[in-house]
Design a binder for this molecule. Structure first.
Ligand code: MF3
Ligand code: CO
Length: 287
């Protein structure tokens, strides 16, 4: 069963999402050569706990840390370590989840460490774009597979590939709820979206072939061919108007909240919010 949340529940989920977004923004400022992924993890945990929230990943099926920090060919679920030092030219995917006041937020970004190759920069840009293409599909009456179709279409047009083994998910009072949200497939399949549903949409994109394998630590998923991988994720609510990006970051997030808050009445147009969306967050290629 897919849960439809009330306007009040969505507001509470926005607070969890806002915190996750703020943590990612703070982490992004610390993504510099010489930092370790354990440094980033400690920062995130401190920030989440200080906000009266709980790290969502720590202890989840035994996962040992607050964030996932996945470097270069690591796709997702990289375990932070004091021995993993960021180097100029690396890319790093940071995934953060927290529960606040009973509700979960989940979001991820991939960032360049200093100056990266043109190919790496393109991978980041296209993966982030694919997330926003997917979010544009989020409206009542659309089908779950429309989301994955939008991701796949965009990513493959650039010669990149979509990871099949991991998918996005419903989210709410648990981190993982129904439905599963694949990043590939034909449109027009699967459950219909309805007002109040909340989805964590998370394209995982490889520069090379789509196959991944999990390392001996039981968590870190890497590309089989050793190619670079990127991961962007937002927690997104279905509303009668614009999709509401609960984990939105940056200056535009406040304005957007008013525009898309379903209890604030509708006065927003899809065309306008596309611009607002483009301004959201710290786009890695614009840093
Ligand atoms: N964003 C990831 C997900 O939705 C993070 C989970 S990491 C885990 O599955 F350790 F908690 F599994
Ligand atoms: Co997720």
């Amino acid at each position: 069963m897919i849960i439809c949340r009330s306007a009040d529940e969505l507001k509470r989920m926005r607070e969890a999402g806002r915190l996750v977004g703020e943590v990612l923004t703070e982490l992004a400022a610390h993504v510099v050569p010489g930092a370790t992924t354990a440094d980033l993890d400690a920062l995130a945990e401190k920030r989440i706990v200080a906000a009266g929230a709980t790290p969502a990943f720590k202890g989840y099926h035994g996962y040992p840390a607050t964030i996932c920090a996945s470097i270069n060919n690591e796709v997702i679920h990289g375990i932070p370590s004091g021995r993993r030092v960021l180097n100029e030219g690396d890319i790093i995917s940071l995934d953060v989840g927290a529960s606040l006041d009973g509700y979960f937020g989940d979001s991820a970004i991939t960032l360049p460490v200093g100056q990266v190759s043109e190919g790496a920069a393109t991978l980041l840009r296209v993966t982030e774009e694919s997330l926003y293409k997917a979010i544009e599909c989020v409206r009542p009456g659309a089908r779950v597979s429309d989301i994955g179709h939008a991701v796949q279409r965009h990513v493959e047009a650039f010669g990149f590939s979509v990871v099949r083994e991991f998918v996005g998910h419903g989210i709410g009072e648990k981190m993982h709820e129904e439905p599963q949200v694949p990043n590939y497939g034909d449109p027009g399949r699967g459950p219909r979206l309805a007002e109040g549903m909340v989805l964590a949409i998370e394209p995982m994109v490889n520069a090379g072939k789509p196959a991944v394998k999990v390392l001996g630590d039981g968590w870190t998923a890497v590309t089989k061919d050793g190619s670079l991988a990127a991961h962007f994720e937002h927690t997104v609510a279905v509303t009668a108007g614009e999709p509401w990006i609960l984990t939105a970051r940056g200056a535009a997030a406040g304005a957007r909240r008013e525009a898309a808050d379903p209890s604030a009445g509708s006065g927003s147009s899809r065309a306008r919010s596309r611009d607002e969306r483009a301004r959201l967050g710290v786009a890695p290629h614009e840093r």
